[in-house]
Structure formats: structure tokens, C-alpha cells
Design a protein around this ligand. Structure first.
Ligand code: GLV
Length: 304
């Protein structure tokens, strides 16, 4: 079987990711000689567009992240596109647990306190949890939540039964699925339909003790509506690994509200992610060489 010629850009890409191409059965070549491209920069879409315009022979592009919103204008139907969908699900699901427990058990507010304070906390044990999104993070999270005995609802575009999930409902039932829950987790792709799904009306549907955890994209939440809900105590709190704007500017109220926790988009750190991305690249190069379906295909029409 011929070894496919694959370029890896940018030049600063860690050696482990270049090695992954070779280990998967490809040759790492200069972009002028490549039929496929592994693009490791999660941003810089204009640079990618320029490379593709100069090298129309490139027929497959592997992107590094699960979320590909910066690249929406670069996608084209002439090529095969794959992304990091599913690659980082396990560390991100673990981060959801850290944020959920940190918020619900008051660790965030106690960590900020400078004196002994009164009791705060709600249980995740036996909790009612709603997760938006039915992808790989949700699958991992559902597994991690089983020992907590959580009653889980998933809201997704195409409702179909999921193992370990009590009910799966369509996005048209979002507000029903938010009511009375102890924890609401955002783990869905950012698209024009899902931008701003957590607005004032959604926050009002949530219980006043409920915590919101966002490990998806800041744009899913209307930040000003969230800040108002947190200030007025209309929800229990919010633990955000992603924000809008991102990075969250110094002095933003979310940094200091006692019922907010912000982590700087570290659900998957570069160190955690590198080995996982290398494994995906190795597997996809192998599949490409064998003419099989690739993992993490991007639907160019849906944009994720
Ligand atoms: C990280 O944010 C990703 O989309 O993979």
C-alpha cells in the first residue's frame, strides 16, 4: 500500500504529532508535495486558507480541535475535513465534574473566603442533571456520573436513546429540560442555532439553586444575562471553562461574583491533549492510507 504524503503545519508543531503521521503509515512531506494536511494551529484560519489556495491538490485536512468555529469560512465541499471531535472528551468530562462539584459544594466561594463562613452546598449525589449536546463529552460524562446516581436528561438535535440517560429530548424542549435540575452542563457545538441558547429566558427556567457548567463555547451563553442572573441569585452559580469574550478581560464581573468560577479553557490542557491528538492523527492516517472512513468527520453544511 502506498504511503500517503502528508504535510504538518505550522512548522512549530511538536515532533510527537509529526511522528504520529509516520507511525500511521504516512510520509511527512513539504506542503508543496502533500495530498493531505494536518493543521495543528487551532486558530489562524486565514493562514490555512492561503495554504489551501496555493495547494489545491490537498484533498484532506485534519483540524486539531473539536470545535471548529474559527474555520467555518475556510471549509469547502471539495475536500474531506476532519476535526478533533471526541479526541479530548475524557479530560473535558473530568473537568465538568471538577467544576460541578467545586460549584455545588461551595469550593469556589470557600477558596476565596478569608474567614470562617456559614454552610453552603448542594449534592451532586442523586442529583438531576441536564446535559446539552449528545457527543463524545456527554458520553464520557454520563459514564462518570453513574456512581453519583444522577438522573440524567440530554438535550440534542436528534433525540435517540443513550445508555445511562433517563431521557433524551429535542432542542425544542430545552426549557422543560432545564426546570428543576440541580446541574446544567453545556457540551454542544457552537452553531448559529446554538449561539446564545442560555439567555435570560433559559436562566429563568433554571432552579434558583442550579449550577451551570460550560465546557463548550462562551458564545452559548449570553454573558450579560448570566451576570444579571448571578447577581440577583436567580441561579445557584456558573462554572465556566469558556467565556464570551474569551479570554475574559481583567475586571470582568465574572471574576469576582461569589457564585461564579472561571477556568481559562483548560478542560483539555495542551499537555493532556497532545498524546490524545497524536493517537487520532495516527488512526486517521492509517484509515486514509487504507481508504476507510475517517474519525471526526466535519459536516461542512452543519459546520461541526
Ligand atoms: C477545545 O476547545 C476543542 O474544541 O477541542
Amino acid at each position: 500500500m502506498a504511503r500517503p504524503d502528508i504535510a504538518v503545519l505550522p512548522d512549530s508543531t511538536p515532533q510527537a504529532l509529526r511522528d504520529a503521521v509516520e507511525e500511521g503509515g504516512g510520509n511527512v512531506v513539504a506542503v508543496a508535495d502533500a495530498e493531505a494536511l494536518v493543521w495543528v494551529d487551532p486558530a489562524a484560519p486565514q493562514d490555512l486558507r492561503a495554504v489551501l489556495d496555493d495547494h489545491p491538490r490537498i484533498g484532506w485536512v485534519q483540524l486539531p480541535y473539536a470545535g471548529i468555529e474559527p474555520f467555518l469560512d475556510v471549509l469547502d465541499a471539495d475536500r474531506t475535513w476532519t476535526c478533533g471531535k471526541g479526541v479530548y472528551a475524557e479530560p473535558v468530562a473530568e473537568h465538568v465534574l471538577a467544576l460541578a462539584l467545586g460549584g455545588m459544594r461551595g469550593v469556589g466561594r470557600y477558596a476565596r473566603a478569608r474567614s470562617w463562613s456559614g454552610p453552603y452546598g448542594t449534592n451532586l449525589l442523586d442529583g438531576r442533571v441536564t446535559i446539552l449536546g449528545g457527543g463524545a463529552i456527554t458520553t464520557s460524562l454520563v459514564r462518570l456520573l453513574q456512581p453519583f446516581g444522577a438522573h440524567i436528561t440530554v438535550v440534542r438535535r436528534h433525540p435517540e436513546p443513550m445508555e445511562g440517560v433517563a431521557e433524551v429530548v429535542g432542542s425544542d424542549r430545552l426549557h422543560d429540560a432545564l426546570r428543576g435540575r440541580d446541574l446544567v452542563v453545556l457540551a454542544l457545538a457552537l452553531t448559529p442555532e446554538t449561539r446564545g441558547v442560555i439567555d435570560a429566558a433559559a436562566l429563568d427556567a433554571m432552579a434558583d439553586h442550579a449550577w451551570l457548567v460550560n465546557v463548550a463555547r462562551g458564545g452559548h451563553v449570553v454573558t450579560d444575562d448570566l451576570v444579571a442572573a448571578l447577581r440577583e441569585g436567580r441561579i445557584g452559580g456558573a462554572a465556566l471553562d469558556v467565556t464570551d469574550p474569551e479570554p475574559l478581560p481583567d475586571g470582568h464581573p465574572l471574576w469576582t461574583l461569589p457564585n461564579a468560577i472561571v477556568t481559562p479553557h483548560v478542560g483539555n490542557t495542551p499537555e493532556m491533549g497532545r498524546t490524545l491528538l497524536a493517537a487520532r492523527i495516527r488512526e486517521n492516517v492509517r484509515r486514509y492510507a487504507e481508504g476507510r472512513d475517517l474519525l471526526g468527520p466535519v459536516d461542512v453544511t452543519l459546520g461541526y
